[in-house]
Design a protein around this ligand. Sequence first.
Ligand code: CTP
Length: 403
Amino acid sequence: MLSGKKIVLGVAGGIAAYKAAELTRALIKEGAQVKVIMTKSAGEFISPLTFQTLSGNMVYTDMFVPTAKYDMAHISLAEFADAFVIAPATGNIIGKIAAGIGDDLLTTTIMASDKPTLICPAMNDKMLANPLVQDNINRLKKYGYVIMDSGYGELACKTQGAGRLPDASAIVEEIETLLTPKDLTGQKILVTAGPTEEPFDPVRFITNSSSGKMGYALARVARRRGAEVTLITGPTDLPLPPCKKVVQIRTAQEMYAAVLEHFKKSTVVIKAAAVADYRPAVLAKEKIKKNNQPFPLMLERNPDIIAQIGKSKGNRILVGFAMETENLLANAREKLHKKKLDFIVANNLREDGAGFQTDTNIITIIDTSGKAESFPKMTKIEAADKILDRIKEAIRRKGKSKK
Ligand code: CTP
């Protein structure tokens, strides 16, 4: 959430300027206050009225407009902002900022600002690849500007290549990251998420109703807080979070192999996935045809992934989830001990606002001392923050006990 955050959005003159309207909407939806500065050439692509209507604020276009109140816009906007984002950033605006030129309101305001700034380049692929543009981008990085990678795909000039402005949701995620204190830097966090699918013929499988939302929220928030995140995910409908590495698997056995491959390099493992405990014993090569007889489906056990890695967890923090429909705390405590976890996050599927498909959760965190801390209903992003706070605390305690 960007509730109460003040964002100044700079819009430069590229065809992707129209996408900045969508970005303004997305920022407002996240609770941010948005003020927009447009360059003169941005005004050739989209009207200031669009941004004024969407942001609910006047749009700044000119350095030298007399205002009723004496107000130097470039200074007051630099002071107003918690963060700046320039989207789209053209090769021209990137070059001007990199060269220390301030010849319009946007470049002058950026020059007057010491606030975190995200620059989202969007241009033709050849322009982006131009060594001068690349040098300018590297120079901006050197001075602490955060540069978002452009997307790859069809460009306005009908060629395929790098240079697309990323989706509004991806830019919002980068702004969240820009504004989040980095208290998990240096941690390598492995998150598993989503359901697994266990096929018994080429078109059918058994699964569960996990949406992946809790695991994806953990991956996002851990990354925002500076951790290097590897996400191992079963099939979900969610957009992938921008983690260092994402491994997409289907079955519990594939998840097991991926976890074994990555857990040694991790300092923390969070198993939010709803792993199928059983898989069909036989996988038919061809589609099974129906007849009038009952259809027996023999199942065999899948490995208990977290219990297996619990045996050789070393100094790693291991966090599990327990989704229950009855005896929540007793069942969760049993899993905590049996699987050698540092703590377990329990949630009751029967509670309104908790569980698989919802955007909210009601969690209780239980640690090895038996202490249970219950939290009120909150968004999965907020719940992820609470869980990561506990992980940070556990890392601190382990670090102390090693000394
Ligand atoms: N888990 C796992 N591998 C499995 C099953 C579960 O790693 N084959 C992990 C889950 O990711 C979760 C924790 O173990 O972090 C508890 O999962 P849950 O399904 O609640 O418990 P189970 O151990 O499967 O027990 P049961 O289904 O009998 O409640």
